[in-house]
Design a protein around this ligand. Structure first.
Ligand SMILES: NC(=O)c1ccc[n+]([C@@H]2O[C@H](COP(=O)([O-])OP(=O)(O)OC[C@H]3O[C@@H](n4cnc5c(N)ncnc54)[C@H](OP(=O)(O)O)[C@@H]3O)[C@@H](O)[C@H]2O)c1
Length: 335
């Protein structure tokens, strides 16, 4: 079977299509014939080597996390899925990669796909949906609260805005003028054009910020929180609770403590809390999300679809940082 394989890290990382043996399913895994794979910025960051201290891959390794497809085989201990089931999953941070014609997926990471979506739409959701859900759980986002979700037109933003509104929160976001209608349609009540306005001069008294941008945006976002508010960052700085959660060695724990010292000091001066969140696979949460999608409460936003053969172009397009919603790779015409 054909797969996209990372062979070496770096600025000029080697990513090649290769013929690989069919995966063998373990007792707790299902074998999925892939119909579509959703891409995420981390699919560019892993080859660049950015995540080497956190995610250990043995190269060559198949890339890709988010998938939708059909179950063709199941391990002895699998109970929730049968051959022929249409499923979706994020296999981020497991040993397997989704950019492959077939992939073994832990049963715990998979869910039946939303019935109302095709495979391309379903594959666009897992990582952004799980990240948004888990991050809002991390800060216990409540109905009636005000949340700031920068980059509302991106993969995370387009889902997180809808989820926050579904939870009853009110949403402010940033985007460039051309995407303002999109984010308003998704539910954002306060839209700031980041090219002409500084959000920290316009917003104040927020309960929650979802940190989706790199650079000094996280420090600036601290300023818009009310005392007691929460900033949950998806982009770093990484922190000590995260190092503890991943059972890292003492050196890494000290390093991550140091990396987040400045932001933690700023947060405590302003009497707000800072935390880094890293997504984890969760098939049961994906089932909840599928129900909400089928009930018409949440919907995917797809920017562009590429064929499997065009995956490297799809990754380059995503790297521009200006996708409107999600970029998806389709494997078969019937996706
Ligand atoms: N920690 C985790 O577990 C986790 C999980 C998923 C993602 N992430 C991270 O979260 C970040 C967002 O991911 P994503 O999938 O949403 O990325 P994305 O889809 O590539 O984001 C693209 C969007 O960002 C907008 N944008 C770019 N610069 C902006 C700025 N200065 N202000 C406002 N909007 C801006 C662009 O809008 P315009 O075209 O209008 O500029 C575009 O629509 C990434 O860094 C990703 O690595 C972390």
């Amino acid at each position: 079977m054909k797969a996209l394989v990372l062979k070496s890290y770096g600025k000029n990382a080697r990513l090649d299509f290769e013929t690989r043996p069919m995966p063998r399913v373990k007792d707790n895994e299902i074998l999925v014939k892939i119909h579509a794979v959703g891409l995420n910025p981390i699919d560019n960051m892993i080859p660049a080597g950015t995540f080497k201290p956190i995610l250990q891959f043995t190269l060559p390794a198949v890339m890709g996390s988010d998938l939708a497809g059909i179950v063709v085989e199941r391990g002895k201990k699998v109970t929730r899925f049968h051959s022929g089931d249409a499923v979706y999953a994020s296999i981020f941070d497991t040993d397997n990669g989704a950019l492959s014609e077939y992939v073994a997926v832990p049963e715990s990471a998979a869910s039946l796909k939303p019935r109302s979506l095709d495979f391309i739409e379903a594959a666009s959701l897992p990582m952004v949906a799980l990240t948004s859900w888990q991050a809002f759980e991390h800060v216990n986002l409540l109905a009636g609260q005000k949340v700031f979700i920068p980059a509302g037109s991106g993969g995370i933003g387009t889902f997180a805005i809808q989820l926050a509104r579904h939870l009853g929160a009110s949403v402010a976001t940033t985007t460039s003028a051309g995407n303002s209608e999109l984010v308003s349609r998704l539910g954002a009540q306060h839209v700031i054009d980041y090219k002409t306005q500084d959000f920290e001069k316009v917003l104040s008294g927020y309960d929650v910020v979802l940190g989706t941008l790199r650079g000094d945006s996280i420090q600036k976002a601290i300023q818009i929180l009310r005392p007691g508010g929460n900033l949950v960052s998806l982009t770093g700085p990484v922190d000590l609770p995260f190092a503890r959660h991943r059972n890292m060695n003492p050196f890494m724990k000290a390093l991550f403590w140091l990396m987040s010292r400045k932001i933690n000091e700023m947060a405590s001066q302003r009497q707000v809390r800072y935390g880094f969140h890293f997504v984890h696979p969760d098939g049961s949460r994906l089932s909840d999300i599928a129900e909400l999608v089928d009930a018409g409460k949440l919907a995917p936003v797809i920017d562009r679809v590429f064929s499997f053969e065009e995956t490297l172009s799809a990754l380059s397009y995503l790297k521009t940082g200006h996708a409107k919603g999600k970029v998806v790779v389709a494997f078969s015409p019937e996706s």
